[in-house]
Design a protein around this ligand. Sequence first.
Ligand SMILES: *Cc1c(COP(=O)(O)O)cnc(C)c1O
Length: 415
Amino acid sequence: MNEKPLPFDERSIREIAAKYPTPFYIYNESAIRASARRLTSAFAWCAFKEYFAVKATPNPHLLKILKQENLGGDCSSLAELTLCGHVGITGENIMFTSNETQAKEYLRARELGAIINLDDITHIPYLEKHAGLPEVICLRYNPGPLREGNVIIGKPEEAKYGFTREQLVEGYRQLKAKGVRRFGLHTMVASNELNPDFFVETAKMLFELAVELARDPGVRIEFVNLGGGIGIPYRPGEKAVDLDFVGSHIEQAYQEIVVPAGLHPLKIFMENGRCITGPYGYLVTEAIHHKNTYKQYIGVDACMSNLMRPGMYGAYHHITVLGKEDAPLDHTYDVVGSLCENNDKFAIDRQLPAIEASDLLVIHDAGAHGYAMGFQYNGKLRSAELLLREDGSVKQIRRAETLDDYFATLDFSEL
Ligand SMILES: *Cc1c(COP(=O)(O)O)cnc(C)c1O
């Protein structure tokens, strides 16, 4: 019945919940390690590196695990750079893909020796003025109407990111004249994309562009960064992206485009977040109320401030009621949180087994862009994050917030 298997059962989660009250996030270490390895091994044929998008799951304990799997970190802010620094992800193991960047962020990226990926041509003089130009620079390409985006990221020509084709030529020309010696080329045109061909097309586009840029303005691209955006099967029945298919088809394109142009060796980078940790993190919450009005509502102790993807994107997150994995799905519920916002719903008209108070619900695929997007509206506090380790033990990797945390920026004595 349960099409999305869990790495724990009701008994183990009740034991955990006795120590760490719900709601909490729990991540599966062995599955995260395995997913990092799957991506890396799909590109074993080339010089490949995955820079984990820190914004997806910004917890240093998870970053440390990913560092052990030889992943780098993709950062876009001062806090994300600082997190990488704390776990020893430094130098060219950091890709700094930011936009509307502040001088202090460029300075920190330079201190850490990160690869800086510029979002706009005006950032060349801005970076030079505030932090100096490094030896290696990457430019972010926005193909505009040449490529279709998808629902989450939108159409490329309406996206605020990246250089146009003409600006790219001019940008590399300027950088070369200013003494920059090593160059990368980046794009990110999809988010949560399940079609493997999309990533092959992106690689081809960047390979061809690298060949053209070798002619005009005559720069040798050292690496292409295909961005992140590999999707995950949120809905039962959806298929995970076949990474080996993506890797082998990109290899074919490499042989056809890169090698004959004399650009081998060209390194290939990616900066996925979602596909590395997304399916391996869960939000666990307790049913506390059952309300019967024009619809049937199950009120839970988590809310949209713990996981806002359903409210923000209408995203589907599968729900399992622990201990009722094999029960018939013969009830229709809205599963809702306590915010004074009617989009605070984890599920709408979902077929689930009969739910009673104190049942534990597992919200699946919350391991990326889950906790990270949390907020404190309505005075809701962020939950704890737990790690299910490879030996089966559980470690708290972030404590739950307290009211003192919530009030920490106020000075009541000045009232
Ligand atoms: C968000 C983002 C990523 C990661 O996206 P996922 O969907 O988590 O793979 C990578 N690169 C950039 C520039 C991003 O904005």
